[in-house]
Design a protein around this ligand. Structure first.
Ligand SMILES: [Zn+2]
Length: 162
């Protein structure tokens, strides 16, 4: 089975669609999903920090932990992580430490910051250098990729200005 770019794009489109739906249900605009050589291999992870009280339950880590649980092993060697918004330093660190081969990102951290989620200071904290980031990061923009964020802003700016 060959892996072509259209499969990657389709997976990112699905992730963005999940993020839009999640925002409509009151969630955050971040979705993470893992793919191996045969395609999607995790849930569409969403941020579960509030629900679980676990401060590390970011969308991307939820997806990566799903694969770790299935494999019953501590490695994500060779898998690829897809994220609707660029993972923060904590999630990058988790990916690097578990051997994730590549991180595909629809909306990068500068655009995400523009939408009000500025975690750019977190990379240095977790030892994610520009060099390390550049080695893993693959921009993968899809047509609707801004919508989870713009939708989030629209919903959450209503009635909260008092
Ligand atoms: Zn994160």
């Amino acid at each position: 089975m060959t892996r072509d770019n259209s499969g990657d794009t389709a997976l990112m489109v699905s992730a963005v669609e999940h993020a839009i739906a999640h925002v409509e249900h009151g969630g955050l605009p971040f979705v993470g999903v893992v793919a191996d050589s045969s395609g999607r291999s995790s849930c569409f992870g969403t941020n579960e920090v509030r629900e679980t009280g676990d401060p590390t339950a970011h969308a991307e880590i939820v997806a990566m932990r799903d694969v770790l649980a299935q494999r019953g092993a501590g490695s994500l060697q060779g898998v690829r992580l897809f994220a609707t918004g660029e993972p923060c330093g904590l999630c990058f660190r988790f990916a690097v430490d578990h051997g994730v081969a590549a991180v595909y990102v629809a909306v990068d951290r500068d655009r995400v910051a523009h939408y009000g989620f500025d975690y750019r200071a977190s990379y240095r904290h977790f030892g994610i250098t520009d060099d390390l980031r550049a080695r893993l990061l693959h921009p993968l923009s899809v047509p609707q990729d801004s919508e989870p964020f713009t939708h989030y802003l629209t919903i959450n700016n209503e009635g909260t200005s008092s």
